[in-house]
Design a protein around this ligand. Structure first.
Ligand code: AMP
Length: 135
C-alpha cells in the first residue's frame, strides 16, 4: 500500500534494523523499543489488522513470532516475553499494517505492563451468553 510506513520498510524505501526475513514475513527492531530486543513481526503483504488477515498468512506469522521468541530468549538472556498485537486506534494501533510485538522481559527490567480497569467483570454470565448463542 502506497502510503503505509511498514510497506515502505518492506520495499526498502525506509531503513530498518532487520532481524529475519522469509518469503512472506519480515522482522525488525521497533524504533521506539519498550525493552532491549523489542521486535516487530509482520507479513509482507498488507493487511490492516487481525480482522482482515487471511488464515494462512496469520498461521505463518504466528510461527515466526514463536521463532523470534526463541531467538531473543537464546541470544539476549531474556527471562520472559510479552506478545502484543493492537487493532484499531482505540487499542493502541499506530501503524495500520498488522504486526505482532515480541517484547522481551528481563529480571530487574524497568518495564511495567499493568492490568488497570474499572470493569470488574460483574456480567460474565451475560457476556458468555452473548458470545455463545447462535444468531
Ligand atoms: P502499534 O502501536 O502496535 O501500531 O505499533 C507500532 C510500532 O511501530 C510502535 O511501537 C513504533 O515504535 C514502531 N515504529 C514506528 N515507526 C517505525 C520505524 N520506522 N521502524 C521501526 N519501528 C517503527
Amino acid at each position: 500500500m502506497e502510503d503505509c510506513l511498514f510497506c515502505k520498510i518492506i520495499k526498502g524505501e525506509i531503513p530498518c534494523h532487520k532481524i529475519y526475513e522469509d518469503k512472506k514475513t519480515i522482522v525488525f527492531l521497533d524504533i521506539n523499543p519498550w525493552s532491549r530486543g523489542h521486535c516487530l513481526i509482520l507479513p509482507k503483504k498488507h493487511f490492516r489488522d487481525i480482522l482482515e488477515i487471511d488464515a494462512e498468512t496469520l498461521t505463518h506469522i504466528i510461527l515466526v513470532v514463536q521463532k523470534i521468541s526463541v531467538l531473543v530468549k537464546e541470544k539476549l538472556g531474556v527471562a520472559g516475553i510479552n506478545i502484543l498485537q493492537n487493532n484499531n486506534r482505540i487499542a493502541g494501533q499506530g501503524v495500520d499494517h498488522i504486526h505482532f510485538h515480541v517484547i522481551p522481559r528481563y529480571i530487574d527490567g524497568s518495564l511495567k505492563i499493568s492490568h488497570s480497569t474499572e470493569y470488574k467483570g460483574d456480567d460474565l454470565e451475560e457476556v458468555t451468553k452473548l458470545l455463545t448463542e447462535s444468531k
